[in-house]
Write a protein that binds this ligand. Structure first.
Ligand code: TXE
Length: 493
């Protein structure tokens, strides 16, 4: 098989790394190398950030009205729609996610882009009723400059458009750094942006590793805003880097999300919700519902139903229409999952299903749905994010216990609540420390709804109208409307 050789997109040109460095990308379905990408060094990152900075000040972009910026985003939405299948197939090849899932995600990219396209000319300030009759005072929201967007491998396109949409709608320019494990679709998005006529330098893509590429990008003096989705270790480095350029940072870092099942829940729905929460995308999702907390009276029945459902899950090639779980994205990741499972057994957690990697004739890295029954919360698998199809199930006695267990985590990204009791649904939704709460559903997303976490799940919000504030700052303008001479210079007005 001939390797596909990609180039990066910098300042409107397709380029290699200056030193010619490259790295390989694997197809997780087979474990084979399928493409090679430029490994951007510090000098390449510098070139991309400077191109983005120049574009930010260039009238070709700066001179566009907000409506015109919105129209460009809407055109990008349109070409994404025309290329849905192509984008989905490429993402599946690169990160191994089921084609039916990448198709679903690719199909809603235009919705996200159109939402931010529509918001572009609705970013407005206020007139302030200052208590000074000789002053007219107003605010504007202004773009920050160059945005660095650091993207992980699990949902590259989706996690890009929720950054790129508000960043460009508000007039910033952007340098995207895809994960070293899944770079292809962001380069394809850049190609589509070129087609719709974004001025050169407004969108740039540099490919490479966390270090040196992501590191150089997030500490570059001309970067004003960093939007990071990934793991805690990388995030900490990004925050340290932001002490050099004092950029505004948002972090979306995954979690250990609780799915709380009360005895009055519709069990069929709750089982489906738990399966969707942890086994979809083979558990490689920031909102994976990896802690399942079930009321004592239905614990055994629920566990039995969950195991029975897990047994029916079909593992296979991500491109097969009937596959329900595909591969794990990297060899490192499947080794890490095996490590968690092994230690859980050593610590005494009860393995109810799965637990050992699946060997298939076509190679690749496949791990089955894995269920542990836990009798306490101190197991490593009950506390740490695994990023694989491993769920831990624990009984609880009362509503107060359920809330305590749910909140006994360093993370706080998402939570599921399953109950028919409306009052309880609201009480528990209020009490759980979590950026997203789903009641009698799981994994619902919309451009209008923000996502983001508390505590170790990060800070800042993506999606929704508030994303516009994340990519702008307020400017306050004071105008003296009196004709009088400016009086005593040593008095504050
Ligand atoms: O993430 P990394 P990895 C979690 C999940 C997973 C773990 C590690 O638990 O097992 O993180 O995954 C870039 N400066 N999530 O290793 O390394 C990197 O190149 C700048 C949760 O894939 O954080 C890539 O582009 N950039 C998560 C991106 O960060 C750096 C999604 C993510 O890679 C950097 C993925 C640095 N110092 C993993 N170090 C979610 N929230 O959904 C790395 N990067």
């Amino acid at each position: 098989m001939t390797l596909k050789q990609y180039q990066m997109y910098v300042g409107g040109e397709w380029v290699d790394a200056v030193d010619g460095g490259r790295f390989d990308s694997f197809n997780p379905a087979t474990g084979e190398v399928w493409a090679s990408f430029p490994a951007a060094a510090v000098v390449d990152v510098d070139r991309a950030v400077k191109a983005a900075h120049q574009a930010f000040t260039n009238p070709q972009w700066r001179g566009l009205s907000p409506t015109q910026r919105g129209q460009l985003l809407a055109r990008l939405a349109e070409v994404c729609r025309e290329n849905t299948d192509h984008l989905a197939e490429l993402e599946t090849l690169d990160n191994g996610k089921l084609l039916r899932e990448t198709r679903g995600q690719a199909a809603f990219l235009p919705d996200f882009l159109n939402y931010f396209a529509g918001l572009a000319d609705k970013v407005q300030g206020d007139v302030l009723p200052v208590n000074k009759s000789n002053m007219f005072c107003y605010t504007k929201r202004q773009a920050l400059g160059v945005v660095a967007a650091i993207i992980p491998w699990n949902s590259p396109l989706y996690l890009t458009v929720i950054k790129l949409g508000p960043a460009l709608a508000t007039g910033n320019t952007i340098v995207l750094k895809p994960s070293e494990h899944a770079s292809a679709t962001l380069l394809e998005l850049a190609r589509l942006s070129e087609q719709v006529g974004f001025p050169p330098g407004v969108i740039n893509v540099v490919t490479g590793f966390g270090k040196p590429t992501g590191d150089a990008l997030t500490k570059h003096p001309l970067v004003r805003r960093v939007a990071f989705t990934g793991g805690v270790a990388g995030a900490k480095q990004v925050v340290v880097n932001s002490s050099e350029n004092l950029s505004k940072v948002s972090l979306e870092l995954g979690g250990k999300s609780p799915n709380i099942i009360f005895a009055d829940a519709d069990l069929e729905s709750a089982v489906n919700g738990v399966v969707a929460g942890i086994f979809a995308a083979s558990g490689q999702s920031c909102v994976a519902g990896s802690r399942v907390i079930v009321q004592e009276s239905i614990y055994e029945a629920f566990l039995a139903k969950l195991i029975a459902r897990a047994k029916t899950i079909k593992i296979g090639l991500p491109t097969d229409a009937d596959s329900e779980m595909g591969p794990i994205a990297t060899e490192t990741q499947i080794n890490a999952i095996e490590g968690f499972v092994h230690r859980a057994q050593q610590q005494g957690a009860k393995l109810c299903f799965g637990g050992a990697r699946v060997r298939v004739e076509f190679g690749g890295w496949y791990f089955p749905p894995t269920i542990f029954a836990c009798d306490h919360q101190d197991y490593e698998i009950f506390q740490e994010e695994i990023f694989g199809p491993v769920v831990s199930v624990l009984p609880f006695a009362s509503e107060a216990d359920a809330i305590d267990v749910a909140n006994n985590s360093k993370y706080g990204l998402a939570a599921g609540i399953w109950t028919k009791n409306l009052a309880r649904a609201h009480r528990v939704a209020d009490a759980v420390v979590s950026g997203i709460v789903w009641v009698n559903t799981y994994r619902a997303v919309s451009p209008m709804a923000s996502i983001g976490g508390f505590n170790a799940s990060g800070y800042g919000r993506e999606g929704g109208i508030e994303a516009l504030n994340e990519y702008t700052e307020t400017k306050t303008v004071w105008i003296n409307i009196s004709d009088e001479t400016m009086p005593d210079p040593f008095i504050m007005r």
